[in-house]
Design a protein around this ligand. Structure first.
Ligand code: SF4
Length: 363
């Protein structure tokens, strides 16, 4: 039988481990620091733990980290890593820029939420990742030292795996863990209210809400869970939570003729009024079985200008990793050749590309 992994356990969980093994209470913090701060690869590295403590740990546990099994490299420098263990595979996107490095992590294998525009949804749901498996995407990334920001926008809906996501956030931001500021971490959701409620209470990280249409019926066509968690209730929750300095981003896919009219920008600014949220406009990336195409660059710019004119800060997000299917909504471990064909058919013209590449989210 395989041993339990220690990597991914919080300080509280490590305290239970050390108590069960009869080790002194302070050993839990030492263990956490070896696992996260010092990135130990074996129990022998943990030199301030006694020899007998190290052998007890090694008898009962594994460290629990694993290297990526493959990588695809985009012409724009984005990389998509595959982490596999047995039947479990998950994708992670590494997005380097001049002054920052963003890691887009996955929280589930597949997803059960069935959003129409999303390749992960086509895969169905195959399981939750543990905190250790989520954190391993950072810890075992070859560029781990260059990571400055995290976005939880890979495969899966983070609120559907909340316990593991909360443990991950605690380990990423604790002084005994990786020590990142919560301001460097953005968790994205389609708006699962029960999960968001808890996340708002237990973490200071930034949030992103996938909105995609301000009209409930239209949004429900794209995001079926709108019927159970209406976006107006989600926005009310954010209003009640008094976000203060915590940044809220609204993710808005721009789909030609579907959600990109003046009527949409008007209603979007109305429902966001007073929330202090910023809007990221993302050109839609076509996937099979969904008859959408990206909005033309000019219409995206008009939409942005209209929002800005109405007092809502909006920017156009630069698409990264399109040629390796690492861009927004394209991560999946179930491959389909038709994604590539679709992408070629609808890849941005050079004019669109240079237009989008000069736009970026402000700090
Ligand atoms: S957009 Fe997010 S919540 Fe919707 S199916 Fe894809 S991964 Fe799941």
């Amino acid at each position: 039988m395989s041993k339990q992994a220690l990597f991914g356990k919080t300080l509280e969980e490590l305290t239970i481990v050390t108590a069960d093994l009869g080790l002194p209470a302070f050993a839990a913090r030492q263990l956490a620091e070896w696992l996260y701060k010092h990135r130990a690869v074996s129990f022998d590295d943990m030199t301030n733990l006694s020899r007998s403590a190290r052998s007890k740990l090694a008898e009962n546990f594994d460290i629990g980290i694993s290297e990526p099994t493959s990588v695809a490299v985009s012409t724009d420098g984005t990389k998509k890593y595959l982490f596999s263990s047995g039947m479990r595979s998950v994708e992670t996107a590494w997005i380097p820029e001049e002054k920052r490095g963003t890691l887009c992590v996955s929280t589930q294998i597949g997803c059960r939420r069935g959003c129409l525009f999303c390749m992960t949804a086509r895969q169905g749901f195959q399981g939750n990742l543990s905190a250790g498996e989520i954190l391993n995407q950072y810890r075992s990334l070859p560029e781990t030292e260059d990571v400055t920001h995290f976005v939880f926008m890979g495969m899966g809906e983070p609120m559907d795996n909340l316990k593991a996501v909360l443990s991950t956030l605690e380990i990423l931001t604790s002084d005994w863990g990786f020590g990142f500021s919560p301001k460097k971490i953005t968790v994205s959701t389609i708006g699962i209210i029960e999960g968001l409620d808890q996340l708002l209470e237990r973490s200071d990280c930034r949030l992103a809400l996938s909105l995609h249409s301000p009209f409930p019926d239209e949004r429900a066509e794209l995001i079926p869970c709108e019927r159970r968690y209406p976006v107006m209730q989600v926005l009310d929750l954010f209003r009640r939570a008094e976000l203060g300095r915590r940044r809220l981003t609204i993710e808005y896919l721009m789909i030609d003729g579907r959600n990109d009219s003046a009527r949409h920008s008007r209603e979007l600014s109305r429902i966001l009024e007073g929330l202090g949220a910023r809007v990221n406009l993302i050109p839609y990336h076509p996937i099979p079985d969904f008859p959408g195409t990206p909005s033309p660059a000019g219409r995206i710019k008009t939409f942005r200008d209209d929002l800005n004119h109405r007092g809502i800060i909006a920017t156009i997000r630069r698409s990264r990793g399109l040629d390796i299917d690492a861009a927004c909504g394209l991560l999946t471990t179930k491959r389909s050749g038709s994604v590539l064909q679709l992408r070629k058919k609808h890849s941005p013209t050079s004019r669109q590309r240079s237009f989008s590449s000069i736009m970026r989210e402000p700090e």
